[in-house]
Write a protein that binds this ligand. Structure first.
Ligand SMILES: *Cc1c(COP(=O)(O)O)cnc(C)c1O
Length: 386
């Protein structure tokens, strides 16, 4: 638990934030695979970098503090973090996932863990009754994203956690879209929170990493064992970059989210935009619940152009905003969920959950909001008539 009053301070001084031996104000990059032992069975707390590394330890202690958990764990990617958490389960277990969970989470369950006898069901965690129906004997956990990718569907984390706990399920929240700066799922009742740190936490589109934080010691010991046994750890340099990124998370998120609200309002008023999904807009379906559990609506917006427009042309017409996978960096990015981030989800499921071919997902960066609006407006004009 943080000794500081505000997360703004913890972002900079949280966890192990300086080098005690030298006084260096930044944790050094301990680029080493192994550590000298002073005798058999006598080490200085470090033996081998898959097991512990001081740079990674600094990052892990920082994220644990930010997410208000017991212990943090770093991984080589968000998917490695998810894989480590899913490795808690065994043959015969079933995992419930939100209907528009991250495509890679669906894929690893559908194509990898299914081979080990771990099954999944897709449920709508924003619909309590639908969720309750899925909780039967073999259901062992639920993975929630709120807001979920890419329709920004909001789930009441506290309520779903309460229902899930009554039946003994483990509650796992993918907090990539919100970050601990905007939402802290462990405080809302989750058992584990995970991140693709590639996104907002890193913040500069220059690294791939994942993080997990858990609430109790028993779960921490199990994840620590899996982390060391399966070995999906990040290198010390990426840990350093991530610590450096996290220091500016607060100021970045303030700008990201202020820009997003301005752009969402602009899109909402635009005559050629059919629908806007952004939980920071007062008339959005998820607004009230999101407001209860998060600081604001975040900086991801999805929208659909009107039927007369060719949304594929939109991606060729943006000049400042880049068409790319990923999100959460300082630069604004757009993607086409149906063929990019959610391509691994079969077409029938995609259509059922509302990921249409016309859907555009925007990760709002920290550029000037009016420049971004001008770019979006031009691209809509150039999307012309089909
Ligand atoms: C990107 C992402 C992941 C996967 O993380 P990687 O770092 O790309 O492996 C998982 N969940 C969400 C919500 C994501 O956006």
């Amino acid at each position: 638990m943080s000794i500081y009053k505000s997360i703004d301070t913890s972002l900079i001084h949280g966890g192990i934030s300086m080098d005690e031996r030298t006084g260096a104000v930044n944790i050094p990059i301990y680029q080493t695979s192994t550590f000298k032992q002073d005798g058999i069975g006598r080490n200085r707390g470090y033996e081998y970098s898959r097991t512990q590394n001081p740079t990674r330890e600094a990052l892990e202690s920082l994220i644990a503090e930010l997410e208000e958990g017991r212990r943090g764990f770093a991984f080589g990617s968000g998917m490695a973090a998810i894989t480590a958490v899913l490795s808690l389960f065994k043959s015969g277990d079933r995992v419930l996932i939100s209907s528009n969970v991250y495509g890679g989470t669906f894929r690893v369950l559908d194509k990898v863990f299914s081979g080990f006898g771990i099954s999944y069901s897709i449920t709508d965690t924003s619909d309590e009754e639908a969720f309750k129906k899925e909780i039967t004997g073999d259901a062992k956990a639920v993975i929630i994203e709120s807001p979920a990718n890419p329709l920004l569907t909001v789930t009441d984390i506290e309520r779903i956690a309460r229902i899930a706990h009554e039946k003994g399920l483990l509650v796992i929240v993918d907090n990539t879209f919100m970050t601990p700066y905007l939402q802290r799922p462990l405080a809302l009742g989750a058992d584990a929170v995970l991140h693709s740190a590639t996104k907002y936490l890193g913040g500069h589109s220059d690294l791939v990493a994942g993080l997990v934080v858990v609430k109790d010691d028993e779960l921490a010991d199990r994840i620590a064992f899996i982390q060391n046994a399966t070995g999906g750890v990040p290198g010390p340099f990426d840990c350093f970059l991530l610590i450096r990124g996290i220091k500016t998370l607060g100021v970045r998120m303030d700008r990201h989210t202020a820009n997003a609200l301005k752009i969402a309002r602009f899109l909402k008023e635009h005559k050629d935009v059919k629908r806007v999904y952004y939980p920071g807009l007062e008339d959005d379906a998820g607004y009230e619940i999101n407001k209860k559990q998060a600081e604001n609506g975040g900086a991801m917006i999805s929208f659909e152009l009107s039927e007369e427009k060719d949304s594929r042309k939109f991606f060729e017409s943006v000049r400042l905003i880049m068409t790319a996978e990923s999100l959460g960096g300082v630069e604004s990015l757009v993607c086409h969920p149906a063929t990019m981030t959610h391509a691994s989800i079969p077409e029938d499921i995609r259509k059922k959950v509302g990921i249409t071919d016309g859907l555009i997902r925007l990760s709002v960066g920290i550029e000037d909001a009016d420049d971004l609006i001008k770019d979006i407006n031009n691209a809509i004009i150039e999307s012309g008539v089909k």
